[in-house]
Design a protein around this ligand. Sequence first.
Ligand code: DAH
Length: 352
Amino acid sequence: MAKAVYLWEMEQILQQIEAYKSEMAAFEATTPDAVEAFRIKYLGTKGLVKSVLGEMKNVPPDQRKEFGQVLNEFKAFAEARYEALQGAAAPISAAANAGIDWSLPADPTEVGTRHPLSIVRGQMVSIFRRLGFAVAEGPEIEDDWHNFGAMNLPEDHPARDMQDTFYIQQNPDWLLRTHTSSVQARVMETQKPPIRVICPGRVYRNETISARAHCFFHQVEGLYIDENVSFADLKQTLYFFVQEMFGKDVKVRFRPSYFPFTEPSAEMDISCQICSGKGCNICKHTGWVEILGSGMVHPKVLENFGIDSTKYTGFAFGMGVERITQLKYQVNDLRLYSQNDMRFLKQFTGAL
Ligand code: DAH
């Protein structure tokens, strides 16, 4: 008897479910409000799906499984319909609500640009990397030994003068490195030959800031130590570098020079990239500009690190990133690099 009542009720509920389903299928909603009305009506806490699901408690245990499936399917149908309505209505209605025309192009986003010195340092590093040089870095706050002593700068060398070097007040043995040659020292301290490194980094000198001088700038140092390394290797390496950097037409010349850490020493000039050698104020009307110092590593420097100078030889060089950038991009005032003037910096958009 009781079962018959349930069967009858179930029939009614199943019919009701079908009716709700066709109602939902026909439900149209083009605004978020209408979609929300659908949700409240069918899926809300007091919605129709909940109330039909509530019938479960009246179903006799042996029919629960079958009825449960019907109800689950009904619930899934309502949820799928809700999602479909949401998807269809959202973009149009949100735009209409906010009064936005989504077909208009977006405002341009300000994209940062790389600093010219970073761009050029990257180019320099990648050229030497292709020749097998590894990158080494060292501290900007150095001790006297790594910056000067190990590099064979005698106590009374003018470069040690307070004029050029920033010393750390609390400890006069500490200073801001004046050149990246200090990284050479740190590499030789920890590595055995063969050594082939470049050391890019910032260096400091106590100079009055002007268009031609700054209290900090950037260098790339190179060091190559192995058996049978010769001056010809030095020349060829640097010649390859400038050709990669400035193109095949660049001319080079070496002039004898003096550095305490190399013997013999040479400075390298390249044909002026601004006036192509015709003469301008960058090359002081000579057609040549000096870009680096170099030489064969002084035997004393090798011995300072226990490297046998009868077995090993090496070459080293150091050059300024600002100078290379000046020649590459015709930047003629060193102060521009650190003034953060967007009109200057933005010109390097698109450079690698
Ligand atoms: N350290 C030198 C300077 O700052 C540049 C230099 C010259 C580095 C000759 C070297 C070198 O490694 O061999 O002016």
